[in-house]
Design a protein around this ligand. Structure first.
Ligand code: PLP
Length: 412
């Protein structure tokens, strides 16, 4: 049986095959970059048309109440909650992942300062974490509020010493796809008196996450990757219920006020995670996020994860059959990685461009990583077989070795 026949047999048996049609995938494209920007769900333009023409165009300002725009962050947060093992009132959809990181790092440091005097300022993370996570610590360091410490994966537990206030980690690594042991690291942090903030940007909607079973304190996650909510979509934030009373965040905008429409001169925290809101809600973005989240919830994270593991293993099998020797930097055990495979190659950028010219969209991460995401809601086994064939041919023929494939665009 050829690889493509094998793939077609797998597609026919795939319980998620019907969902591919729920996404507006362009003709002739094999899309292995849903971990960077998820595909447009077919229901989204219709929903946004209703929001823009109906709720905004016709309903005008009355839609804040009549269309419950004002309740969207909580409503969408409540739908994200079961995807990450949280209670509905522990999650709110708002702002960007970066901004939510800033708010929650600051909140955690302040909680620690109140409980432990001024001793704990250290935010512990790992080198090579997603840049924005590290840069947000820097912003707070400049305010005199944080100190940054980095320790490699194997040294994290030992680095959890008495002055660490917060452990900040990305659950699924954006470059390698390696997944941290959330339960074990959260426990180790708590034993050292530290709080934990998990970035779920490459986890939410791709693999099962159980924040409350792990007793996580805080989390953030991204709307435009596996939740398919579109470029710059609102993100989400989680705060464990036990911290709701003590939660204070630095961006005390009027939407996080207990009674914004009393227009008081003095700030008062809204209840629970509502106080994480800052400015006027991005209704169009939140509406698109709601569609994306509902679709992921309908398919189910367990089924998505099972298929993503099968897809990535099949990709490796196909590459092996083609004899395409590539240096895998993702964990070889599918149980220890997210929904992606990354390979190291000195010409990763040019290879990625040569693949795009063939209609296979993966991505490149500086300096030498070739990354393929397997968003299982819309990627088929046939896509995988074809992508592996294209990749093998590009390598075998040295097709990447052309000037046009080596010129870097603004966004890589
Ligand atoms: C994608 C991603 C982000 C995105 O942050 P934005 O504020 O949306 O730009 C943050 N953290 C991680 C780990 C990511 O992968």
């Amino acid at each position: 049986m050829s690889l493509l026949e094998d793939a077609r047999t797998r597609d026919a048996a795939d319980p998620l095959r019907e969902y591919r049609d729920r996404f507006a995938l362009p003709e002739g494209v094999i899309y292995l970059d849903g971990n960077s920007l998820g595909v447009l769900p077919r229901a989204t333009p219709e929903r946004l048309d209703a929001v823009v023409r109906g709720e905004w165009g016709d309903g005008l300002i009355g839609s804040w109440n009549d269309a419950d725009w004002i309740g969207l962050p909580q409503r969408v947060g409540g739908k994200i909650a079961p995807l990450v093992g949280a209670a509905p009132d522990e999650v709110i959809a708002c702002d960007s992942t970066s901004v939510n990181l800033f708010k929650l790092i600051a909140a955690a440091l302040q909680m620690q300062a109140r409980e432990n005097g001024k001793r704990r300022k250290v935010v512990l993370s790992e080198p090579g974490n997603f840049p924005t996570d590290l840069y947000m610590i820097e912003g707070l360091r400049r305010q005199g509020l944080a100190e940054r410490r980095l320790a490699g994966r194997d040294a994290l537990v030992d680095a959890l010493v008495a002055n660490v206030a917060l452990l900040l980690l990305t659950h699924t690594h954006y470059k390698t796809g390696a997944v941290h042991d959330m339960a074990a690291l959260t426990r180790a942090a708590h034993e050292a008196g530290a709080l934990v903030l998990w970035d779920l940007s490459h986890s939410c909607g791709a693999l099962p996450v159980d924040l409350n079973a792990c007793e996580a304190d805080f989390a953030v996650g991204c709307g435009y990757k596996y939740l398919n909510a579109g470029p710059g979509a609102p993100a989400f934030a989680f705060v464990a219920e036990r911290h709701h009373k003590a939660l204070q965040q630095p961006l005390t905008g009027w939407m996080g006020h207990a009674a914004p429409f009393e227009f008081s001169d003095d700030y008062a925290d809204a209840p629970g995670v509502d106080r994480l809101l800052c400015g006027t809600l991005p209704i169009i973005g939140l509406s698109a996020l709601e569609v994306g989240v509902e679709l992921v919830a309908e398919i189910g994270v367990d089924r998505l994860y099972a298929k993503s593991q099968a897809l990535s293993e099949f990709f490796r099998e196909c590459l092996a059959v083609h004899g395409a020797g590539l240096d895998l930097v993702s964990p070889p055990d599918p149980g220890r990685r997210g929904s992606q495979l990354s390979f190291r190659h000195a010409e990763a950028y040019a290879i990625c461009q040569a693949l795009i010219a063939r209609g296979v969209i993966g991505d490149f991460r500086d300096p030498d990583i070739l990354r393929f995401g397997f968003a299982p809601a819309y990627v088929s086994f046939s896509d995988i077989a074809e992508a592996a064939r294209h990749l093998a041919e590009v390598l075998e023929r040295g097709e990447w070795d052309r000037t046009e494939f080596k010129q870097r665009a603004a966004v890589t």
